[in-house]
Design a protein around this ligand. Structure first.
Ligand SMILES: [Zn+2]
Ligand SMILES: [Zn+2]
Length: 276
């Protein structure tokens, strides 16, 4: 019973991080593939940094830079440049660089925030980036100090899962796996990462159709993130942009290649606006 409780707490914390990033930050704020209900959008902007330790504005800007410069020397976290092992450190350094650039209002960074009508979280504006991590550590320690050390550990590891989640996607999603589409980058569809990280491992599909809420193309490609989008849509919390959805594969199994791959994903479409 106790072990089941630990597993439940870990999974809840893991999924909370995952959904905040893949639906809130990624499919919602970064790409507008789903339009977030204004209240949900406000909730994610206000609490996302506390849940994940990652600032929503800085995350979106770094991610749009990734799409604009995918697997080129300007990519913030490409295994082509730094190897699979180097991605974890590269994404951390790039994230810090983006935070500094946004605080200094440098156009190289602010141009990727054209529709983000909110500030960096105050913890980052005041260089107290560590507060969310400290808060989770205090909660975990309090649980452990009550005698339930495994429960405290389960909570902490689950809440701190975002570097693992991001690292797996950014490393293996651009290095290991098959490709459905010819794109100007090294994006791959890594099924193991897609299972673990709610469809985010399907980077080749995503880079070909960056504004699609659905990342899966073949019937066997897992995309739990899109399932969450569908569930949230029935609750009226998001609106899926069905016009941008990845097309169904043609009968016979040959991937659709309707036109040249888009250059730079969201960054190439500054006219797209996400409702506040
Ligand atoms: Zn990518
Ligand atoms: Zn993306």
């Amino acid at each position: 019973m106790y072990l089941a409780l630990c597993a439940t707490v870990f999974l809840t914390a893991y999924v909370l991080n995952l959904v905040t990033i893949t639906v809130g930050y990624h499919r919602g704020l970064a790409h507008g593939a789903v339009r977030l209900h204004p209240r949900l959008r406000r909730l994610i902007v206000m609490t996302g940094n506390w849940v994940t330790g990652l600032d929503p504005k800085a995350w979106v800007v770094m991610h749009r830079m990734h799409h604009a410069h995918s697997d080129t020397p300007k990519d913030p976290h490409s295994p082509v440049n730094v190897g699979i092992i180097g991605v974890a450190m590269a994404q951390l350094r790039s994230y810090e660089r983006v935070l500094r650039g946004l605080m200094r209002n440098e156009p190289a960074f602010t141009k990727f925030a054209y529709d983000l009508d909110f500030e960096l979280n105050w913890t980052n504006r005041t260089r107290r980036w560590y507060l969310p991590y400290l808060a989770h550590a205090v909660v975990a320690t309090a649980i452990a100090a009550s005698g339930a050390w495994l429960l405290g550990l389960a909570y902490f590891v689950g809440m701190m899962s975002h570097p693992f989640q991001g690292g797996m996607v950014n490393a293996f999603g651009h290095a290991v796996g098959g490709r459905n589409f010819e794109t100007n980058d090294n994006s791959r569809n890594n099924l193991l990462v897609a299972w673990l990280i709610a469809g985010e491992g399907l980077q080749n599909n995503h880079h070909r159709y960056p504004n699609s809420a659905k990342f899966s193309y073949r019937s066997w490609e897992p995309d739990a993130g899109f399932m969450v989008c569908l569930a949230l849509e029935t609750l009226g919390l998001v609106t899926i942009d069905y016009e941008q959805l990845i097309p169904a594969p043609p009968q016979g199994g040959v991937a659709a290649q309707p036109e040249a791959p888009p250059q730079g994903g969201v960054a190439a479409q500054p006219e797209r606006r996400i409702a506040a």
